[in-house]
Write a protein that binds this ligand. Structure first.
Ligand SMILES: Nc1ncnc2c1ncn2[C@@H]1O[C@H](COP(=O)(O)OP(=O)(O)OP(=O)(O)O)[C@@H](O)[C@H]1O
Ligand SMILES: [Mg+2]
Length: 112
């Protein structure tokens, strides 16, 4: 099992959600976050407009998936959120030790 954490532009959420649902995703968690990357948050271009700020608002998306679905989900994320500009975000991937579905007690892959 893997945990995918993607930091994305807030305006890409709906497109991403639809693409993930269309590809049979089990679920996702969204958190509002603020951060910076290589540009140190100083200048970020969005639709040709430069924004200057220290911490830029992003959304953090978390998805738990089976190992065999990892590449497909990453492809869907890349294709849904990429605008080809600095600030498009990043994807972090972690091993996920355990998942427990509280309602049924199912564990592991069965709980996704
Ligand atoms: N090294 C990092 N560690 C933790 N969070 C990061 C890191 N780099 C980026 N982030 C998070 O991802 C968000 C988007 O980063 P961003 O897309 O600007 O990355 P970047 O490295 O500057 O690449 P780009 O040149 O495409 O902008 C940041 O606001 C921050 O929340
Ligand atoms: Mg950046």
């Amino acid at each position: 099992m893997k945990r995918i954490q993607a930091i994305i532009r807030p305006n890409r959420l709906e497109v991403l959600k639809k693409a993930l649902v269309d590809n049979g995703i089990g679920g996702m968690t969204v958190t509002e976050v603020r951060g910076f990357g290589r540009q140190k948050g100083k200048i970020e271009i969005f639709r040709g407009v430069e924004y200057k700020t220290d911490f830029i608002k992003k959304l953090k998306i978390e998805i738990l998936c089976k190992e065999e679905n990892l590449e497909k989900i990453i492809k869907v994320i890349m294709e849904s959120v990429r605008e080809g500009e600095p600030g498009d975000g990043k994807i972090f991937i972690f091993p996920n030790e355990e998942i427990i579905r509280i309602s049924s007690g199912e564990k592991g892959k069965e709980a996704i």
